[in-house]
Design a binder for this molecule. Structure first.
Ligand code: MN
Ligand code: MN
Length: 391
């Protein structure tokens, strides 16, 4: 209740004189300090123009400098490149045959990924000491909790491409905790004591991070670990999103949801695959519990957001671009092209929630809705005939 009331007050803060007066009136009845402060700022903000809505679309493939070596490439969208995206960072990574993203971990973010092309093998260590090696194909996702050591490797003689998502916009793929970075900056004698290997092996290491290395091309069959006695983890880090997610079909497309219900280890995010057919739109809606981050797999569209104070902003996007919609902001998506608009979507909550405008209107009395918009009863009643979702 507290949150809802504050939400109303802050929404009214810089609005029209009528709303400000209403907020001030309510504020004076509330003894709470924070609410009183909000009401006071509402009063002083009478003549202020609300700030414009920030840009919320970014071209991840062309907008950032990124990394490239013979082993592969990485392009990222963190708060540096895409300031609005405070809660989620993304990376588009490609590995060539024989390429591997070295053993590393992330101190401030969990890692999520969706395979777009080719095949990828991962290894991950779990706090109970168990390990798992998994192979991923197009449409599969992985999730590694924050701090869990892992590795990514291209399998076979075709390159692979995957989209990485991190549950912290301040995370940068170029500042991870990589094994070569650590060992190449630690005394060779200490490492000899630590591993039982000769110090000369460590003394010869180049003083820098390998990041994406190259080696033998990995085959289809899984090789044995150095110590074959280490048990296999029972935590499932892999989910076959394209085939096993919860499918909802609509007239103009579909959604496939993977929340923590379907994929328990994915406990900081919910993932969604969405298709909008040419001419279709994803209806006006909002999410009460999460920011929304989108990556365009193919096609083109318009995303439009509503941020209160009469602020609506619409931006176009197309293949290889990302969009970010703040928690609680109203929005819709239109397919403006001739091919299917395919999206990969992340929410920074393990539980999926949405409010559909159509459903909300239908959940109110006919007369009341008619009075809002100056419609006749007959016109308002016709709302019941419309669909929700994508049409
Ligand atoms: Mn990683
Ligand atoms: Mn949405």
């Amino acid at each position: 209740m507290e949150t809802t009331r504050r939400g109303f007050l802050s929404a009214a803060t810089l609005s029209t004189a009528g709303l400000v007066a209403a907020a001030t009136g309510i504020g004076s009845l509330i003894p709470d300090q924070a609410d009183a402060a909000t009401a006071a700022s509402a009063k002083s903000g009478l003549n202020k123009t609300p700030e414009e809505l920030d840009d919320f679309v970014f071209d991840i493939e062309h907008g950032s400098k990124g990394y490239a070596s013979s082993g592969g490439t990485a392009k990222e969208a963190t708060v540096e490149e895409f300031p609005i995206s405070q809660s989620i960072a993304g990376v588009s990574m490609r590995l060539n045959p024989g390429g591997f993203r070295e053993l590393h971990w992330h101190s401030i973010a969990a890692e999520w990924a969706f395979v777009l092309e080719g095949k990828v093998r991962t290894t991950v260590i779990t706090p109970d000491g168990t390990t798992s090696t998994d192979d991923f194909e197009v449409g599969d996702i992985w999730y590694f909790p924050r701090g869990h050591g892992h590795m990514l490797q291209c399998i076979g003689d075709q390159p692979c491409h995957f989209l990485l998502g991190f549950d912290n916009g301040h995370f940068s793929e170029f500042g991870t905790f990589s094994v070569t970075d650590w060992l190449s900056h630690t005394s060779a004698e200490i490492l000899a004591r630590n591993t039982g290997l000769p110090a000369r092996l460590f003394a010869a290491l180049p003083k820098k991070e390998l990041y994406i290395g190259t080696g033998e091309i990995a085959g289809e069959s899984k090789p044995a670990n150095i110590n074959t006695a280490i048990p296999v983890s029972s935590s499932a880090h892999k989910f076959r999103m394209e085939t096993d997610a919860v499918l909802q079909e609509f007239k103009g497309g579909y959604t496939k949801i993977v929340s923590s219900k379907e994929f328990p280890i994915q406990n900081s995010l919910t993932a969604l695959r969405m298709n909008l057919e040419p001419g279709a739109m994803r209806e006006l809606h909002w999410h009460p519990n999460a920011d929304e981050w989108q990556y365009v797999m193919s096609g083109q569209g318009n995303v439009s957001i509503f941020g209160s104070h009469g602020r609506v902003k619409t931006m176009p996007y197309s293949k290889g671009m990302v969009a970010f919609i703040k928690q609680g902001y109203g929005h819709y998506i239109e397919n403006t092209g001739k091919e299917t608009l395919k999206l990969i979507v992340l929410f920074n909550s393990p539980v999926y929630q949405e409010f559909s405008l159509n459903h909300w209107l239908n959940a109110n009395p006919t007369q009341l809705v008619a009075d809002h918009f100056g419609m006749s009863l007959k016109e308002a009643s016709a709302l019941v005939n419309h669909q929700t979702g994508i049409y």
